[in-house]
Ligand binder design. Structure first.
Ligand SMILES: *Cc1c(COP(=O)(O)O)cnc(C)c1O
Length: 465
């Protein structure tokens, strides 16, 4: 065979990705690769490995968006190179961010949407840090002015998401997290007031508690703090963690008073990538009025050209998520968000009803739009021993690709294990019905093949590094 013909055969074979010399061997895993690889080969390796990840659409554990319109995919592609921090270079992206801040202030009934201040962040965690820092600085300023010490700040919360534990630990703040009681999974005004003192920098209710998905009583807590101020002079501000609820209550429970209609609510955070329906990587923090954000948390940056205000903890950050947030605001408006989220609430209620009827489960929260987010959670009925734990059920459902986490509640209900489903855009009624069938099938299977050693919390989560 002439040489050139052989070469062209080899080239053709090289073209067959999986027959290439590159892919006939295992790729480097932990040592920095020595040689380069063909982009198609490297792509195939990475692409294929990702098949082992769970299917995001069947991930009913996450609050985050797992479905997006084709237009969102396009905008993300177009914004690949936009850096959120380069406000002078990408002034229109910066302008879009500013518009979103004002739109959110308006959505949350700021009395002065034009005189509000806020920013996008990488998520609610960063937004919570910023809201928390502002409360700490304002408290310090008040204490210093009164000649009092500032070494023992505390923060009062209900059962909070991990970001508030981080905030407290990173910035040396005592976290007074109200423990749960059997049958009470949220903060109450009385439990908050009992914990308030001179060193309380703020109170953080959550609109959509991570564990049970319910709204904490923001207005009732605010009223109790008003009374406390009348009686004792203590003026304690509130920050609302609206990671989920900030994009739900305004559309689906507009009569619920939890936002800037309450003067004591000085700041709110939300996750754009949860029920704001943007791609992963955007959150928001908004202060009620410019005066509520201490000057020292604002940095002025001149080395990108212009003199730009920078509030966030991160510096460089992708702009696409923010642009898509704006797209969603324009595309959906209040009407569209209400439609989509209402469908989710209906699917959550449908699932709660069906799962409640299966027998062994007691629904703790069933997706009521006035009480929480479109989600549901359940426990095994008191006095019932179905022969398996919720960890076993979660494990069994995994074999069909469903990710329905089981977990224990925080203090003082560590003994109570519950299971939770988040219903987001894309978790359709039809998909829900298929899931219920699979839960029934799993129960039948577990009844026929009893578990000799049911899974406990320690072994439950399959994958740990
Ligand atoms: C998800 C969540 C957070 C953290 O938000 P990220 O956007 O994931 O950083 C904080 N608080 C609550 C209540 C949440 O649900």
């Amino acid at each position: 065979m002439p040489l050139h013909a052989k070469d062209s055969v080899r080239e053709r074979l090289d073209d067959e990705v999986y027959a290439s010399a590159d892919l006939a061997v295992s790729m480097p895993k932990y040592k920095f690769p020595l040689a380069e690889h063909d982009p198609r080969h490297a792509y195939s390796v990475v692409h294929d490995e990702l098949m082992l990840d769970g299917n995001a659409r069947q991930n009913l554990a996450t609050f985050c968006q797992t479905w997006a319109e084709p237009e969102v995919h396009r905008l993300m592609d177009e914004c690949m190179d936009k850096n959120m921090v380069d406000k002078d270079e990408y002034p229109q992206t910066a302008e879009i961010e500013a518009r979103c801040v004002h739109m959110l202030a308006d959505l949350w009934n700021s009395p002065a949407a034009a005189n509000t201040i806020g920013c996008s962040t990488s998520g609610s965690s960063e937004a919570a840090m910023l809201g928390g820092m502002a409360m700490k600085r304002r408290w310090e300023a008040r204490r210093k002015a009164a000649g009092k010490p500032i070494d023992r700040p505390n923060l009062i919360t209900g059962p909070v998401q991990i970001c508030w534990h981080k905030f407290a630990r990173y910035w040396d703040i005592e976290l007074r997290e109200i423990p749960l009681e059997d049958g009470r999974f949220l903060m109450t005004p009385a439990e908050v007031i009992r914990r308030c003192d001179d060193n309380t920098i703020g109170v953080v209710p959550t609109l959509g508690v991570t564990f049970t998905c319910q709204y904490e009583p923001v207005k009732a807590v605010a009223d109790a703090l008003d009374e406390l101020q009348r009686d004792s002079g203590l003026d304690i501000p509130m920050h609302v963690d609206g990671a989920s609820g900030g994009f739900l209550a305004p559309f689906c429970a507009p009569e619920l008073v939890w936002d800037f209609r309450i003067p004591r609510v000085k700041s709110i955070n939300t996750s754009g990538h949860k029920f704001g329906m943007s791609p992963l990587g955007v959150g928001w923090v908004i202060w009620r009025e410019v005066e509520d954000l201490p000057e020292e948390l604002i940095f002025w940056v001149n080395y990108l050209g212009g003199n730009m205000r920078d509030i966030a903890l991160n510096f460089s950050r992708p702009g696409g998520q923010v642009v898509c947030q704006y797209y969603n605001f324009l595309r959906l408006g209040k009407e569209g968000y209400r439609k989509i989220h209402s469908a989710c609430y209906q699917t959550a209620a449908f699932l709660a009803e069906r799962i409640g009827k299966l027998g062994p489960f007691e629904i703790l929260y069933g997706g009521d739009r006035h009480q929480g987010i479109p989600a549901l959670c359940w426990r095994i009925r008191d006095g019932v021993d179905p022969g398996f734990t919720l960890y076993d059920l979660a494990d069994r459902l995994r074999s069909r690709g469903w990710q329905v986490p089981a977990y224990s509640l925080p203090a003082n209900c560590q003994g109570l294990v519950i299971q939770r489903i988040l219903v987001r855009h894309g978790v359709s009624r039809d998909l829900g019905a298929l899931l219920v069938e699979d839960i029934q099938r799993a129960i039948d299977f577990l009844a026929k093949h009893p578990i000799p050693a049911p899974l406990g919390a320690a072994e439950a989560s399959g994958f740990r590094h």
